[in-house]
Design a protein around this ligand. Structure first.
Ligand code: COA
Length: 152
C-alpha cells in the first residue's frame, strides 16, 4: 500500500473512479460525465487526488476565479476515512493553489457535517456566513450551509 497525491488529469478512468466515491458519500451522485465536463479545456476547475497505489481513494475539486478559489467537492472513500488522508489532500491542494497565486479559499459545508467542519476549522478556515435552507436532505427537509473561508 503506497499513498500518493497527484493533480486530476483529463482522464476518463479517473472520472469514473471519482464518480464511484461521490456516489458512495453524497445523496445526489455526480456522474463520471458531469465530472468530466468540469475538466474540459478552458474551464475554471482543477483538483487533486489521493491514491492507494493506482486506485483513487479521495479527491478534491476547486474552481478558481482570479485570486480566489472555492472547494466544489471533497471526499475520501469510506474505508480510508479517519486516517489523515483528507487533511493531507487539502494541504496538497492548498500548496498547489498557492503556486497558482490564489489568495483566498471558500467552501460551503452542511451545518450537520461535523466531521468536515472539524477538518476545515483545524486547517484555519473561519465561518463567514450562513445560507439558510441551502441543502435539500433525503427526507425532504432542508439544512443550512455554513460558508467558510481561509486566507492562503
Ligand atoms: C470530510 C472528509 C473528507 C474527511 O476526510 P478524512 O480523511 O476522514 O479526514 P482526516 O482523517 O484527515 O481527519 C482530519 C480531521 O477531520 C476531523 N474528522 C474527520 N472525520 C471525522 C469524524 N468522523 N468525526 C469527527 N471528526 C472527524 C477531525 O478533526 C480530524 O482531525 P484529527 O484526526 O486530528 O482529530 C471525509 O469524512 C468525507 O469524505 N466525508 C464525506 C464527504 C464530505 O462530507 N465532504 C465534505 C463536504 S464539504
Amino acid at each position: 500500500m503506497t499513498i500518493s497525491f497527484s493533480p486530476i488529469l483529463n482522464q476518463n478512468d479517473q472520472f469514473t473512479q471519482m464518480a464511484g466515491i461521490h456516489r458512495q458519500l453524497f445523496d445526489v451522485a455526480w456522474s463520471a460525465a458531469s465530472i468530466a465536463a468540469m475538466f474540459e479545456p478552458k474551464t475554471a476547475y482543477r483538483g487533486s487526488l489521493v491514491l492507494d497505489d493506482d486506485k483513487i481513494i479521495g479527491f478534491i475539486i476547486c474552481s478558481i476565479v482570479l485570486d480566489e478559489a472555492e472547494i466544489i467537492s471533497m471526499a475520501i472513500e469510506k474505508a480510508f476515512q479517519q486516517n489523515g488522508y483528507g487533511r493531507l489532500l487539502l494541504a496538497y491542494e492548498i500548496e498547489t493553489l498557492n503556486k497558482l497565486a490564489v489568495k483566498r479559499l471558500f467552501l460551503e459545508v452542511s451545518e450537520h457535517n461535523s466531521a468536515a467542519q472539524k477538518l476545515y476549522t483545524s486547517m484555519g478556515f473561519q465561518r463567514l456566513a450562513k445560507r439558510n435552507n441551502y441543502y435539500k436532505q433525503p427526507d425532504g427537509t432542508f439544512a443550512d450551509a455554513l460558508v467558510l473561508s481561509c486566507d492562503l
